[in-house]
Ligand binder design. Sequence first.
Ligand code: HEM
Length: 511
Amino acid sequence: MDKLVVLPALLAILPLFLILKLTFSWWVSPIQKHLKLRRCGFGGPPPSFPLGNIQEIKMKNSVNSSHGSSNLTHDIHSTVFPYFSRWQNSHGKVFIYWLGTEPFLYIADPEFLKKMSTEVMAKRWGKPRVFRHDRDPMFGNGLVMVEGNEWVRHRHVIAPAFSPLNLKAMASMMVESTNQMIDRWISQINMGNPEIDVEREVVATAGEIIARTSFGMKGQNAKEVSEKLRALQMTLFKTTRYVGVPFGKCFNVKKTLEAKKLGKEIDKLLLSVIKDRKKSSINRQSQEDLLGLLLRGNHQVDGKKFTTRELVDECKTFFFAGHETTALAISWTLFLLATHEDWQIQLRDEIREVVGDKQLDINGLAGLRKMKWVMNEVLRLYPTAPNVQRQAREDIRVDNLTVPNGTNMWIDVVAMHHDPTLWGKDVNEFRPERFMDDVNGGCNHKMGYLPFGFGGRMCVGKNLSFMEYRVVLTLLLSRFSFKLSPGYNHSPSIMLSLRPSYGLPLIVQPL
Ligand code: HEM
């Protein structure tokens, strides 16, 4: 056929094709999915396509900023997730909501979660593709996001990095970095300024700790990766974006490009660390930090090594996951201790008894029982990982309901940790003693307390975070007392993790 005829015909068909594609992905397909979920028995707030329920979710920001109060309540669910709190009132603890054209099954019912997780083993769970795509500059295809046999392979190589022997080797680096922070604080206090933004300080120190303990990085490189990750986090989570809406990235091109650029800069920095390690003799001495293990990383079954892309993604994943959550747990602890002086004194007494004037002995830290109750209670009231996500990779049957293949799941940890039907009337009070004789803190369902997730995909760095928590707090409480600064504004918010929106200024006094 004549080119002169074909080309105009194609140009005429193209807009028609685009209109059909848009109509299908914005309206036909989501409405089909919506009807299917209704037939499966799930209710929820009515979506309007193509945005789903994003408009209602966005309303949260205006409510929060107009309040800006200094109210010290620990009843935070309706502050950090006002839309879930509202929808729970009308639709219960399990319902469907929509991010654009992506259905999400909201779960705040531990019994439902238990039934579902007995049906599906770790390797058969998916992670929401819509988030994997959106958060690619931050996690790539690292352990948090990878699925199936690849997840088994990655987890198998990585888990030994957190063996007791390796953890012990990390302890002295933790002490060194924390002591440097303490020295900084003392100089600042000596200059007459006892108000310290403890959150900023602890996050920076935890970044340094993970950089040194897992990747052997020091100084400027580590600082740069930490700072760029923080900037990336702000870019991705500070504003509401249109995740789940087809072509949603086009609504916020500036932020999308900024995130991509930061992601690439972080990759470049980490790549140079990997290259240096490959060249260095340290690797030949079979150093067992995380990077050493990743580089040796032969999987027993298939003998496959990590590709350079996989190495970079794992380093990024661990850099972020390995410092932010622990640092925020320590920060929320200092906030709660600053407002509960009795517990500050009890912990200091315990440290005196267990550690005394001796050098910090890692084996002895396990004797800090009250500190463990405090950590558990802090992670109950302020779970620094405020939700857990999954995606169904098959139809899942729960009683007479079916969760269809492809449905995303959002498990609301904050809601479960603040649910009076699970914890009793004192649910919003800081009472570490509830963990004295019960690892589940007296919760009346064993899946109602999930600070580190659940099942085979439970947090791989849990023991490292316990150790870091004890080391840092022991050193800080042995040197200082803490009071809340009058400038503190209590406004916990979600920026992937649960953090104080305006930092955590405390008045720090040397003992
Ligand atoms: C207080 C500190 C921490 C909290 C509250 C926390 C919380 C969590 C949660 C809730 C999950 C999701 C589990 C699930 O999907 O079921 C998770 C997974 C993960 N965490 Fe942590 N975490 C902490 C510290 C750490 C540290 C120190 C590291 C690394 C050094 C780390 C690395 C990871 C990784 C890589 C995963 C993905 C595991 C997998 O999917 O196999 N986390 N964490």
